[in-house]
Design a protein around this ligand. Structure first.
Ligand SMILES: C[S@@+](CC[C@H](N)C(=O)[O-])C[C@H]1O[C@@H](n2cnc3c(N)ncnc32)[C@H](O)[C@@H]1O
Length: 474
């Protein structure tokens, strides 16, 4: 962004809050430098150590996240079209945005039941699911319906099995689920001042009135987050903005509202080098020139004892529309899955609704009936008479555990598959039935064997015109 597009009032505000070891010149200068790209390796889909890093020459580790890599060279293709992105092995995520989940895992004593209050498009939700190793339960909420779709797509792409999606103003959680979660992330809606290197339009609508307005929303949300937290639980408040109004003042509001019940958990020891961005309170205020990243703010708190929110506004949902699958149905489905050498996991519960089978995380069961969910866990299959059609999300989440009926495609075949085309010439393909397609040992999705071809079953929204295969990368 050209210098003269930074509003004078913004520069004055920044000057007033910059710590003494940083200069306004270095801030303005770094704002002119485009952001380097970074990715996070998705451990849930078990990429071999360093497999992804090797794809990108000159990748540099992100110091606060073991799975984070800065790409010092920008590839000459869209990263999102790379096969390893399409099959969920990495997430394109700004390095400083990896901090809040790392802070949450650092301070939380347990991560069995976690709430991510403002989740879309899901970079931190998928990271948290990775830190939970898909165990326990993760409620991922998002207010915007259109962004909820991206959230779902990203959770599916990354093989997240332990999440449930909700679609609320996050202000409801404190009253709807008080004293419930071991850990809460509030990655709050904000004015995005920290994102101006990535998005030159980030400052287009910048003004002090909107900052004041949004900070009121943030105060409501942080109160709700604190009520939703269990006694002893930990929460992280984060933004990608820089002003005190949306950061320190919102945290101060929490301290003023709940007094001694809130303990600030200092993040000075989150990683080597955290001292450069830690504030007197123990928050991380990441200025873009410190680590050559986006600007970010991260604060962590612990709740000492239970709180009593006002529950007068809570609207309870209607009847829970799923029921536990019947024993015969479980056995029949298991028989079908035996063909793939796959056993239904025992940390999940099989539910049914209208002949569709779902695996729900057991840890979320206490919440069923208390809140309306848009989607829970993983859709396994739809039943037609005595046959099944397995779901793409199920393939991504569990395909790497299949022992039979999986077929490795070569680069050309995998490219055709990702383009939504049927694939021919696969050795050993049966005459009929569902099969799993893999590429370099990683799941692509299901296809249906018909005579000598694999009929494509990739959902339309995943199909790409120009997927980039390892062999066609350059
Ligand atoms: C900073 S973004 C979240 C980014 C996300 N955590 C990630 O890492 O991918 C804030 C999100 O909050 C959503 N949002 C705005 N107001 C909200 C509210 N009152 N309750 C819940 N979500 C809200 C926005 O639609 C936006 O998706």
């Amino acid at each position: 962004m050209p210098k003269n597009l930074l509003p004078q009032e913004f520069i004055q505000n920044i000057k007033a809050i910059l710590p003494p070891h940083l200069s306004i010149e270095s801030f303005v200068d770094i704002c002119q430098v485009p952001l380097r790209k970074s990715i996070r390796i998705n451990t849930l889909l078990q990429p071999a150590p360093n497999e992804i890093g090797k794809l990108f020459s000159a990748a540099e580790p992100v110091p606060w996240c073991e799975q984070g890599l800065w790409l010092n060279e920008t590839p000459d293709y869209q990263l999102g079209n790379h096969v390893c992105h399409l099959n969920g092995q990495f997430y394109i995520q700004e390095a400083s945005s990896m901090l809040p989940p790392m802070a949450l895992a650092h301070v939380a004593k347990s991560m069995n039941l976690v709430l991510d209050m403002a989740s879309a498009p899901g970079s931190k939700t998928t990271q948290i699911a990775g830190l939970m190793n898909n165990r326990g339960g993760l409620v991922a909420n998002e207010l915007s319906a259109s962004r909820l779709k991206f959230l779902h797509a990203n959770l599916q792409r990354c093989g997240v099995t332990n999440a449930a999606l909700t679609h609320f103003d996050a202000a409801i959680f404190g009253a709807a689920l008080p004293n419930t979660f071991d850990a809460v992330l509030l990655d709050a809606p904000c004015s995005g001042e920290g994102s101006l290197r990535k998005d030159p339009d980030a400052m287009k609508n910048w003004n002090m009135e909107s900052i004041e307005r949004i900070s009121e929303v943030q105060k409501t949300l942080i109160e709700s987050a604190f009520h939703a937290l269990k006694a002893g639980g930990a929460m992280v408040y984060s933004t990608c903005t820089l002003s005190a109004q949306e950061n320190q003042n919102v945290c101060q509001h929490l301290l003023d509202t709940f007094g001694d019940n809130v303990e600030v958990c200092s993040l000075h020891d989150l990683f080597d080098g955290a001292a450069q961005s830690v504030t007197a309170e123990g928050y991380l205020h990441v200025w873009p020139q410190i680590y050559d990243s986006e600007g970010f703010f991260v604060a962590a708190f612990r709740k000492q004892s239970a709180t009593a929110p006002d529950q007068s506004e809570v609207r309870r949902p209607g009847r829970f529309p799923y029921h536990f699958a019947k024993r015969d149905d479980i056995e029949q489905l298991q028989q079908y899955l035996d063909g793939f050498g796959f056993t239904l996991p025992n940390d999940m519960e099989l539910f049914e609704r209208n002949d569709t089978f779902w695996l729900f995380p057991k840890a979320l069961e206490p919440l069923f009936g208390k809140l309306k969910f848009q989607r829970i866990g993983i859709r396994v299959a739809e039943r037609f008479k005595r046959n099944y059609k397995l779901d793409h999300g199920f393939a991504i989440a569990y395909g790497h555990q299949f022992k039979h009926l999986t077929f490795e495609l070569n680069a050309e075949q995998a490219q055709e598959y990702l383009q939504g085309r049927d694939v021919r010439g696969i050795e050993g393909l049966p005459n009929k039935g569902e099969c799993l397609a893999t590429y370099e040992g990683k799941t692509l999705g299901f296809g249906k064997a018909v005579a000598n071809r694999l009929k494509n079953q990739l959902p339309r929204e995943i199909v790409r015109d120009q997927p980039v295969m390892n062999s066609t990368k350059k």
